[in-house]
Design a protein around this ligand. Structure first.
Ligand SMILES: Cc1cc2nc3c(=O)[nH]c(=O)nc-3n(C[C@H](O)[C@H](O)[C@H](O)COP(=O)(O)OP(=O)(O)OC[C@H]3O[C@@H](n4cnc5c(N)ncnc54)[C@H](O)[C@@H]3O)c2cc1C
Length: 867
């Protein structure tokens, strides 16, 4: 007899996973009055804390912080017994949460989701479990964890070992007794580092196989820190609020001490204090620049290596345990209790797989290139297919039969780490592109769940039934995630953050490193801006406000935020003299720019008196003549001098391999139009006539300038053409002023809030030129005849009021037959591209500038880039 086909169960939302994320999601869905079902592969709640039962398993974020905050009564009732609670205690806590809120009745245990398909007709997800159950739901929420799919060991012969094999991430519930056994542990990441000291207590012989030495810091575990408890007792709500708006999900004041600038004494003091505290966020916050500047990172890394050498008695073992192939923090640093001390025990041995790689696992042990080892048990502490593993494993198929695996073949693509285009009503909690594993995850999980719950409530209130990101919004977010990573040292490491631990996984930086606070703000802004970048549809109407939530480079945004705190007066409200003073004062503390071979100052004769110059010669060979670039500083014809653009000149010198002759010119209001332009032309004539004496190659002369300096550089080219010489090989115009029209869209978009404002440009023009002169091509070169001008490299910045005139000049030059290389400084402002040593994301743009200069001198001897 045929069994009737069971009618699939239908709920509003299916949640996969019953760890921190799934439990809280269920709680919030119920609060909204939505029907929900949680499907969990394990036979109990807990997620990470259900599976990872290996000896020594603990959290590495203080448990006072690694805790739910949504239930204030629970917070009062529950006390963590230690600074870093053990796995059993955290599991008890999650069980209590589930019981306290009666969550279990909506959780299906031992139910592994094997596929999820979006049914376009019904606008429902169809979920299938390994047991064959089918559930239909409107919303599909994956709370499947960032570190929940163990990485299978990619070692030859892994299945051959006859004895017991254990994975730290799938540890037997009854525990393991290694007493009297010869044990191998493969892997020295967090789980290995936590378990090795405890396994060593039982095993008769312990051999640790290490592929990568990892940085680890003593946890100094014990009772929860008294100062933290005091803060919580005094103002728990305030403390949690501060955590939500902190960089990492723990209220830690970010330092502004730069490692490279600090004295030896300050360095040592800060390091020892962090070391004594035994918290990851302290050791990651010793110096403000340790995550971005290799020199600063080396200071911290070397101090940690010193600590390792001081603990481990055998020098060869100590050296093998010292991490040297990655910057500190670019792989997850570990917290330990007696890890390095364990290697001083006579029965514990370290095998460095870089010295002697494993050839094969055998029936009774492990064979390396040099030795055969016999073991009674093997423990794999080999980590996870992080962040994407559980998502793609569950076979999710969205619109048009597109699977997540196919869509993410080149790396994950998400909007806010929460959703992905082509997969309607699909949410990921702590997905790739969100802070997740770089943060205190309890805080990040609550934020994600709250955002999703808020979104579902808004949809219901507004009669909307489907939601999905647009391609534009998603691409913008992916770009922002990569931009944030690119200014750090993280992408240099072969880490699981990059997917590098799983063979064949695309190398993409997976989490969002911009900070929990910045991320929360972005998510809030999306809602505030009417769910920017999301298509919503339903009986309430279809709507989509498309756009990109973060377009600015993260370090540029940081600089602007910092400048805002200084509360400086607007330049245009000052006298010219005071504005010059303010500019000099703000430039006083900036990094000096790269070393160059030689810097000499001098004067050249101008049409109305001497003009000071500074000549930069690149470091290193060849010592002979080089091409010569006459450079003009920015400052709206009113401000600036040889010092103001000194770091940029140094960098242009090193990147181009050319001599840079920076020339000061007469300024308004003392000397108004056309004084600056005439000085510039005179300087170019003089440089051409004196090229040999300056160390230049005759005939290899270019001009460059930034802002108003680019204006006079462009004008000098037109004047040289009209005068029949000198011959100029090229013009590099960085964010140039080329017109006096203050109405283009870039003025409307960027005229306020990005340092160079419309008001300031008006102030500059008023000082420089009478309205009747502003159409003169010597003031507005865009209005001149552009035929026969030298090839141009033009740089424009997205958030610059001058952007459109720069683009217009490039187009007009092209139309006049002039070769143009147009570089768009994506996410930059008028000033940020010149902030050498401050705005790291400007480095590729400045590399482009150097490259543009090189192309002006094709016959010049090619030179290596020094920086
Ligand atoms: C050893 C260890 C220590 C850690 N310590 C810290 C710490 O100190 N601080 C910190 O912030 N973070 C820490 N983490 C990260 C930790 O994973 C998170 O803090 C948090 O527990 C994640 O909760 P979650 O609910 O999002 O995911 P998980 O806890 O991973 O839960 C996901 C659940 O989904 C289930 N699941 C997955 N796929 C399916 C499927 N297809 N069908 C059915 N069920 C499925 C899994 O069985 C699992 O139970 C640690 C991780 C590990 C491994």
């Amino acid at each position: 007899m045929n069994q009737p086909t069971p009618v699939p169960e239908q709920v509003d939302a299916v949640v996969v996973g019953a760890g921190f994320s799934g439990l809280y999601m269920l709680y919030r869905l119920r609060e909204l009055g939505l029907s929900a079902k949680v499907l969990e592969a394990a036979d109990d709640v807990g997620g990470t804390w259900y599976w990872n039962r290996y000896p020594g398993a603990r959290c590495d974020i203080p448990t006072t912080d690694y805790t739910f905050s949504f239930d204030p009564e629970l917070e009062k009732e529950w006390t963590w017994s230690e600074k870093y609670a053990t796995q059993p205690e955290i599991l008890d806590y999650l069980r209590l949460v589930a019981d306290r809120h009666g969550l279990r009745s909506d959780i299906e245990f031992s139910a592994t989701v094997t596929s999820a398909r979006w049914d376009e007709q019904e606008e429902r997800w169809r979920i299938t479990t390994g047991r064959g159950e089918q559930i239909r739901c409107r919303y599909y929420i994956m709370a499947t964890g960032c570190l929940s799919v163990p990485k299978s060991p990619d070692i030859e012969g892994a299945g051959r070992f006859a004895g017991p094999v254990y994975f730290t991430s799938r540890w037997p519930h009854e525990g393991v007794d290694f007493t009297g056994q010869r044990v191998a542990v493969i892997g020295t990441g967090s789980s290995g580092i936590q378990s090795i000291p405890l396994i060593a207590r039982q095993a008769s012989q312990l051999t640790v196989f290490q592929r990568t030495a990892n940085f680890s810091v003593p946890a100094h575990n014990g009772p929860a820190p008294a100062d933290r408890l005091k803060l919580l007792d005094e103002d728990r709500a305030g403390y949690r609020h501060a955590a939500r708006w902190s960089r990492g999900g723990i209220p830690v004041e970010p330092t502004d001490v730069l490692g490279v600038a600090a004295s030896e004494e300050v360095r040592r003091e800060r390091f020892e204090a962090a070391w004594a505290q035994g918290e990851l966020f302290s050791i990651l916050n010793i110096f403000a620049d340790q995550g971005v500047n290799p020199a600063s990172n080396d200071i911290v890394a070397e101090m940690i290596r010193e600590k390792i050498r001081s603990v481990v008695t055998d020098p060869a073992t100590a050296e093998a345990l010292c991490p040297k192939n990655h910057y500190f923090g670019t792989k997850r640093p570990c917290l330990d209790t007696g890890y390095f001390e364990t290697y001083n025990l006579p029965h514990v041995r370290l095998v460095d797989l870089r010295e002697q790689p494993i050839v094969s696992i055998t029936e009774d042990g492990i064979e390396t290139a040099e030795e055969s080892f016999g073991f009674d048990a093997i423990v794999y502490a080999t980590g996870f297919d992080a962040m994407t593993g559980a998502l793609v494993a569950a076979d999710v198929t969205g619109r048009d039969g597109l699977s997540l695996t196919e869509k993410w073949a080149a790396g994950p693509s998400t909007y806010l780490g929460l959703m992905t285009a082509g997969f309607p009503n699909f949410f990921m909690l702590t997905g790739p592109g969100s802070p997740s594993v770089l943060s205190n995850m309890a805080v990040s999980i609550e934020q994600h769940v709250d955002w999703v719950a808020g979104c579902l409530k808004d949809m219901r209130d507004q009669g909307l039934e489907t939601i999905e990101p647009t391609e534009l919004a998603e691409a913008g977010w992916n770009q922002h995630v990569q931009d944030c990573a690119a200014i750090t040292l993280h992408p240099t490491a072969n880490s699981w953050y990059m997917g590098a631990n799983v063979p064949g996984k695309p190398l993409v930086f997976l989490p969002y490193i911009g900070g929990v606070d910045a991320y929360r703000q972005a998510c809030d802004d999306v809602v505030e801006q009417d769910y920017l970048g999301l298509q919503l549809a339903g009986p309430g109407g279809d709507r989509c406000r498309d756009g990109v939530i973060r377009r600015m480079q993260p370090d540029v945004a940081m600089v602007l935020a910092f400048m805002a705190t200084l509360d400086l007066p607007a330049m245009e409200t000052l006298s010219a003299a005071d504005a010059r003073g303010l500019l000099a004062a703000t430039a006083a503390d900036r990094p000096p720019g790269p070393e160059v071979g030689e810097v000499t100052d001098g004067v050249i004769p101008g049409p109305a008196g001497d003009l000071p110059y500074r000549l930069y010669r690149p470091a290193g060979p060849p010592m002979g003549p080089r091409p010569l670039v006459v450079y003009f500083h920015g400052g709206g014809w009113v401000l600036g001098d040889l010092d103001s653009d000194d770091p940029l000149c140094r960098e242009l010198c090193e990147r181009s391999g050319a001599l840079i002759l920076s020339v000061n010119y007469r300024h308004a209001p003392e000397d108004r139009f056309p004084a600056a332009a005439l000085d510039a032309f005179a300087a170019v004539q003089w440089a051409d006539a004196n090229a040999v004496g300056l160390g230049g190659i005759p005939g290899q002369l270019a001009v460059a300038g930034w802002s108003a300096g680019a204006n006079v550089a462009a004008v000098a080219c037109q004047l040289a053409r009209d005068a029949g010489g000198p011959r100029i090989s090229g013009q590099l115009l960085i964010c140039p002023v080329v017109d006096s029209d203050l109405t283009p869209p870039s003025y409307q978009e960027n005229g306020d809030g990005y340092i160079l404002t419309t008001a300031l440009m008006r102030w500059f023009w008023d000082y420089y030129a009478d309205p009747s002169d502003r159409g003169d091509p010597r003031a507005a070169p865009l209005r001149g005849d552009l035929h026969g001008l030298p090839p141009a490299g033009i740089v424009t910045a997205d958030f610059d009021p001058l952007r459109d005139e720069g683009v217009a000049y490039a187009r007009a030059l092209e139309a006049a037959g002039v070769p143009v290389r147009l570089t768009r400084a994506r996410g930059h402002t008028h000033t940020s591209v010149t902030m050498v040593g401050v705005v790291i994301s400007g480095a590729p743009v400045r590399a482009e500038m150097g490259q543009a200069l090189r192309t002006f001198f094709p016959s010049a001897e090619p030179q290596e880039l020094v920086s």
